[in-house]
Ligand binder design. Structure first.
Ligand SMILES: Nc1ncnc2c1ncn2[C@@H]1O[C@H](COP(=O)(O)OP(=O)(O)O)[C@@H](O)[C@H]1O
Ligand SMILES: [Mg+2]
Length: 395
């Protein structure tokens, strides 16, 4: 099947849209990205999303849901057209939506989650059957609704003989520890490691009066001296020692927390570069600590995806702090900017074929369930007829 995956994470920086070719049946599923685009939000839209997260008003959330539907549809159409395809060539859209909220109770349970980007608008504008809202079903069976990427990592990224940690660094960091193909007994584990770029980004916005949304190429971090004493205090945040499965988001590692940290850094006499250097090291060190605490065994290889891998200071720190080979996912043939978009295309593929997309060992769900809401497009009946052969049970 040819499926467009759409994703926008907690950074709310852009919509990643990837036209993917997916075939086969797990565990022999094949998936690759044929063409992908990064569809930037219009000026001011990121701020609108982050503000809505911080002080959500229901009329604003209602409006944003439809506005996002239009933008997700436009992102899908841009990926399709710039890849030389037509909407008729596409079987499905798998849309993660824009993350808004993930309610984690004090005991670590997730009681609700909200991703917006109205699928009725996406299906209407593109004509393509759209599967959306993947996380909610996992939460409905007691799961964390995250990480959902782990199942795709398990299907696509296991090494023949070595243990891998597949680390995404978006707004939040998440890892999947993957046993090798040669190991048929171990299960993967996965959880959110803590802040990815979220604190760095929010601090940059504050320190530059909104002029810079992130520390491009780690320029500021590179010129700052890390305050080791403060870093140790920051690493004592209780989230880091909570046992997996666990998930977090901007509700915890928020713009508010970043503002408090900037203030505290200045109070400690640090300049802006030192604040950013310390927060950047916090991201890398919290990831390294998570591996030391929770990796099921020695990890041979770390595969990095997400925007954080484009920050060379984070990459160098991880390389120094983790006793494993640290690679960018691009080095093993997976586009690190669009890996998560590929994952949601893959999950749409699995849902369409009535197969579960969550691994209870990863999310803590009580059972494996078929994920997502199906919104019919113009191709709905053809798609059903083409996929489900009435003469056989196989698909
Ligand atoms: N060249 C770069 N230098 C430093 N940071 C970068 C660079 N490119 C991207 N980033 C970081 O990656 C973030 C976006 O990462 P992304 O994987 O899209 O996150 P999310 O999944 O949360 O949307 C940006 O907000 C920024 O912090
Ligand atoms: Mg992004």
């Amino acid at each position: 099947m040819r499926i467009v995956g759409l994703m926008s994470g907690t950074s709310a920086d852009a919509i990643d849209a990837a036209v993917c070719e997916i075939s086969g049946t797990p565990p022999l599923l094949k998936a690759h990205i044929a063409h992908a685009v990064t569809f930037s939000y219009p000026d001011g839209f990121q701020k609108r999303i982050l503000n809505a997260c911080a002080a959500g008003r229901v009329d604003e959330l209602c409006a944003i849901n439809f506005a996002l539907g239009e933008l997700f549809a436009a992102a899908a159409l841009q990926a399709i057209e710039s890849g030389g395809f037509k909407p008729e060539d596409i079987d499905l859209i798998g849309s993660h939506g824009q993350t808004f909220w993930h309610t984690v109770e004090p005991n670590g349970d997730v009681s609700s989650t909200l991703q917006l980007g109205e699928s009725a608008v996406i299906a209407e504008r593109t004509g393509i059957t759209t599967i959306s809202n993947f996380r909610t079903r996992d939460v409905a069976v007691g799961g964390q609704g995250a990480p959902l990427t782990g199942y795709a990592d398990w299907l696509l990224l296991r090494h023949p003989t070595q243990w891998r940690a597949v680390q995404n660094i978006g707004g939040i960091g998440n890892v999947t520890f993957l046993p090798p193909l040669s190991d048929s007994t171990s299960l993967p584990t996965a959880f959110d490691t803590g802040p990815g770029n979220a604190l760095i980004d929010s601090a940059m916005v504050l320190l530059t009066n909104g002029q810079q949304a992130f520390d491009r190429d780690g320029m500021l971090a590179r010129h700052g001296k890390v305050d080791e004493d403060w870093l140790q205090t920051l690493l004592e945040h209780p989230y880091y020692v909570v046992k997996p499965p666990k998930t977090t988001g901007r509700e915890l590692f928020s713009a508010r927390m970043a503002a408090d940290l900037v203030e505290e850094g200045h109070r400690r006499g640090l300049n802006d570069a030192a604040v950013i250097a310390t927060l950047t090291t916090l991201t890398a060190q919290s990831i390294a600590d998570a591996y030391e605490r929770f990796a099921p065994t020695h990890i041979d290889e770390v595969i990095l995806s997400g925007g954080g891998r484009s920050n060379p200071v984070i990459m160098e720190l991880l390389d120094a702090l983790i006793p494993a080979r640290v690679l960018s996912s691009d080095q093993i043939g997976v586009d690190g900017d669009n890996k998560e978009a590929l994952v949601f295309a893959l999950l749409a593929h699995e849902s369409w074929h009535a197969r579960a997309g969550n691994l209870p060992s990863l999310t803590g769900a009580s059972r494996a369930v078929i994920l997502g809401d199906i919104t019919p497009g113009n191709n709905y009946l053809d798609l059903i007829r083409g996929t489900w052969n009435p003469k056989s049970d196989s698909v």
